[in-house]
Design a protein around this ligand. Structure first.
Ligand code: C5P
Length: 316
């Protein structure tokens, strides 16, 4: 998260995330799943701009950037991000809007404001776009309303909004990447040190996947794997170990819902990635590459296959 303030206006860049590891440990009585996941933030951003107002009204305007991130299209509420496959939520359903409302209510501030959201992270991708927007909204309004809530208190609200939201409030540890092991339903965040500047290619097919549907189709692991091996491998930089230690237990569940998951896996298998897997509940898929040129070549080939969203990204 990068926050800038000009006068009373606060602008926050809200990154996407990738799950380098995701194990499903158990189904919980509250309907959620107990998980262990390793999240890393990448340099693909939505942008949220917040203008505070003295009256209590809260508004949200949303526009979607085009597939490759240049031209904008659509407006306010429900522009289809890729020809109708997925839609941007309208105000009450939008997590950033709900975040503003929640902070307004809990803080008791009489103030409101208008938020403008530019979406470059497609919904229904497993990239945490909606969660990141919500975290950005909390940070922006906290600053613009002069509330001075500490991050820990904002994180409690974040956890009420969604399992992935607290991760995006994590301060970076030293010079490394914004990396954290998340447990519980994902809301218990432990920042860890990790390598900066890993090269990835992210591809998001035309079809999106619903997180509740993918979890509902998932069997918790019989012999769960631990994130510890991946953390150790990342520290040592041993590529073979990193590859062996990466897993996403939700990938099989997603593949049971839509054939596009296997298609993405096949596409990446032919590209020479060091490792590749689905992010979160999908449908976005990513490959890890040794250097920028290898990633650029892979991205070019994926675009040539007609995949609508293909980005070359790095950890931040
Ligand atoms: O927490 P969030 O609102 O993002 O979760 C969306 C849905 O995904 C939940 O309603 C639940 O069906 C599923 N989920 C789950 N276990 C998790 C996280 C999400 O079953 N750890």
């Amino acid at each position: 998260m990068f926050i800038r303030q000009e006068g009373s206006v606060v602008r926050v860049t809200a990154p996407a995330k990738l799950n380098l590891f995701l194990e499903v440990l158990a189904k919980r009585p509250d309907g959620y799943h107990e998980i262990e996941t390793l999240l890393v933030a990448i340099d693909r951003f939505d942008t949220l701009t917040f203008c505070p107002q003295e009256n209590s009204r809260i508004g949200l305007t949303c526009s979607a950037a085009s597939a490759q991130g240049g031209r904008r299209f659509g407006s306010r509420t429900a522009a289809a991000i890729d020809g109708g496959a997925s839609e941007l939520p309208v105000e009450e359903e939008n997590l950033a809007y709900r975040a503003l409302r929640l902070l307004q209510r809990r803080s008791g501030t009489p103030r409101g404001g208008s938020a403008f959201l530019i979406k470059r992270i497609p919904p229904a991708s497993g990239l945490g776009g909606g969660s990141s927007d919500a975290a950005a909204a909390l940070l922006a309004a906290n600053r613009a309303w002069g509330l001075h809530w500490p991050r820990g208190r904002l994180s409690e609200l974040a956890a009420e909004l969604g399992s992935d939201v607290p991760f995006f409030l994590t301060p970076r540890r030293g010079a490394g990447a914004m990396l954290a092991v998340c447990r519980g339903r994902g809301e218990r965040v432990e920042p860890v040190r990790g390598p900066a500047g890993m090269h990835f290619v992210v591809a998001r097919p035309a079809v999106g996947l619903s997180t509740p549907a993918v979890y509902a189709n998932c069997q918790p692991a019989q012999n769960p794997r631990s994130v510890a091996a991946l953390l150790e491998a990342l520290r040592s930089g041993r590529i073979g170990r990193i590859r062996e230690s990466m897993v996403n237990r939700l990938q099989q569940a997603a593949a049971g819902i839509h054939g596009v998951v296997e298609e993405m896996a096949d596409s990446f298998a032919s590209l020479g990635a060091l490792a590749h897997q689905q992010s979160g509940s999908g449908s976005a898929y990513f490959g890890w590459f040794s250097h920028a040129q290898a990633a650029a070549r892979a991205a070019l080939r994926l675009r040539g296959r007609g995949i609508p969203h293909v980005w070359r990204v790095r950890t931040i």
